[in-house]
Each structure stands twice: as structure tokens, then as C-alpha cells.
Design a protein around this ligand. Structure first.
Ligand code: PRP
Ligand code: URA
Length: 209
């Protein structure tokens, strides 16, 4: 099984290792997440369609490449998705942003939605859904479902760490949505945390418990 694209760039892997370390500070964790997001975004947008536009350099006119189509949407699954979003917007400042507010109920492991807002024109835009962790995949499946209900037709899912069982479940639920991740870990523990993982991404980003 994989079904997901693993972004194995050495800088991504090096930064991820520092994020996994239990003694990495909240400040360090946030900085690494922002930096890694830039690299992941570079890879996840690698095949965007290009068109050309007529411009004038100081020396002569030319037909120069630009990205085709409407502005991208980055859809952040709150809270932890916001850590990735920050770095993504550094690379693509004109992107539109959707927010999907979900938390995973620790007992049922089912997502509980508390907020949703998406830009206009979802059907005509590529939507990149971001959340650092794909564990049971319940949150990611619900977030993508909600975005499809808001009109999204063309989506990608980007995370930092994924469990094999999460990838399998996500692909079964949304076979039309490619998954990109920096690593596929061994599996889930009895509380459905990713092992070896990095702990609770939201708590490590914001210094909560
Ligand atoms: C974490 C993570 C994902 C979800 C993954 O969020 O950011 O959204 O858990 O788990 P799953 O694949 O089993 O659904 P959490 O619910 O802890 O919320 P937070 O981002 O607000 O901390
Ligand atoms: N959510 C997290 O933040 N970490 C995990 O390992 C699983 C779900």
C-alpha cells in the first residue's frame, strides 16, 4: 500500500526530524512547520498548468510563462493546518484561503465541526487541503467532504505525517484526491496517535495540552 506521494527532499526530512524531537520548543516547532510548508508547497504545485502572456522586458517583448487558471485555494483544517498555511502563503501570497474548523473527539475519534468558510468560485479553483496529521483520516475525509459540498471539484490533500491506515481510508473515501506527505509512519497507537509521529501537532504548535 502507499497511494500517497512522499516528498522526500533532504531539507524536508531534516526539518521533520527536528519537529519530531520531544525537546523542540513551541517556537522552534512553529518555525520548522512554516519552513517545511514552503518546501512542500513547491512540490505539490510542481505540475500546475502553465500558459504564456505577452510582456515587455527592458530590452524586448516576449511570451513569458505564467500559471494558468484562477487563483489557488489553500484550505486549512484548524487548528494545526494554520501552521502549514503560513508558509504556503509566503510562497503563493495571492492564494485564496478556506478554513475548516474541526477537532477530533478523543473518545469517538470522530470530527466535530465548529467553523467553515470558503471563497467564491471553488468549482473553478485547485483546492489544496492542509493538515499536518493524517491519522485515522476521519478529520481529512470530513474536511474534503465539506469542501466538495461547497463546490470544490479539484482537490489535493497535503500533510506532514500519515499513518498507512489513514492513507488507505482516505483514498477509499476520496479516490479523486491525491495525497502528498513528507513521511508515512509505522501506524497508530491505542489512542490513534501516529507512531513514532511527533505528538499532538496543534498542542506542540500552540503550547497547549
Ligand atoms: C489533529 C490533526 C488532524 C487530526 C488528525 O487535530 O491536526 O486534524 O487530529 O486525526 P485523524 O486523522 O484521526 O482525524 P485535532 O483534532 O487535535 O485538532 P487541533 O488541530 O485543533 O489540535
Ligand atoms: N493528531 C495529532 O496531532 N497527532 C497524531 O498523532 C494524531 C492525531
Amino acid at each position: 500500500m502507499t497511494g500517497a506521494t512522499v516528498i522526500d527532499h533532504p531539507l524536508v526530512q531534516h526539518k521533520l526530524t527536528h519537529m519530531r524531537m520531544k525537546d523542540t520548543s513551541t517556537q522552534g516547532f512553529r518555525r520548522l512547520l512554516r519552513e517545511i510548508a514552503v518546501l512542500l508547497t513547491y512540490e505539490v504545485t510542481r505540475d500546475l498548468p502553465i500558459t504564456t502572456t505577452e510582456i515587455e522586458t527592458p530590452l524586448q517583448p516576449m511570451n513569458a510563462p505564467v500559471i494558468e487558471g484562477k487563483k489557488l485555494v489553500f484550505a486549512s483544517v484548524l487548528r494545526a493546518g494554520n501552521g502549514l498555511l503560513e508558509g504556503m502563503l509566503e510562497l503563493v501570497p495571492a492564494a485564496r484561503v478556506a478554513h475548516v474548523g474541526l477537532y477530533r473527539d478523543p473518545k469517538t475519534l470522530q470530527p466535530v465541526e465548529y467553523y467553515f468558510k470558503a471563497p467564491e468560485g471553488m468549482a473553478e479553483r485547485l483546492v489544496i487541503v492542509v493538515d499536518p496529521m493524517l491519522a485515522t483520516a476521519n478529520s481529512a475525509i470530513a474536511a474534503v467532504q465539506r469542501l466538495k459540498e461547497a463546490g470544490a471539484t479539484q482537490l489535493r490533500f497535503l500533510c506532514l505525517l500519515a499513518a498507512p491506515e489513514g492513507i488507505e481510508k482516505f483514498i477509499a473515501a476520496h479516490p479523486d484526491v491525491p495525497v502528498f506527505t513528507a513521511a508515512i509512519d509505522a501506524g497508530l497507537n491505542e489512542k490513534s496517535y501516529i507512531l513514532p509521529g511527533l505528538g499532538d501537532a496543534g498542542d506542540r504548535m500552540y503550547g497547549t495540552k
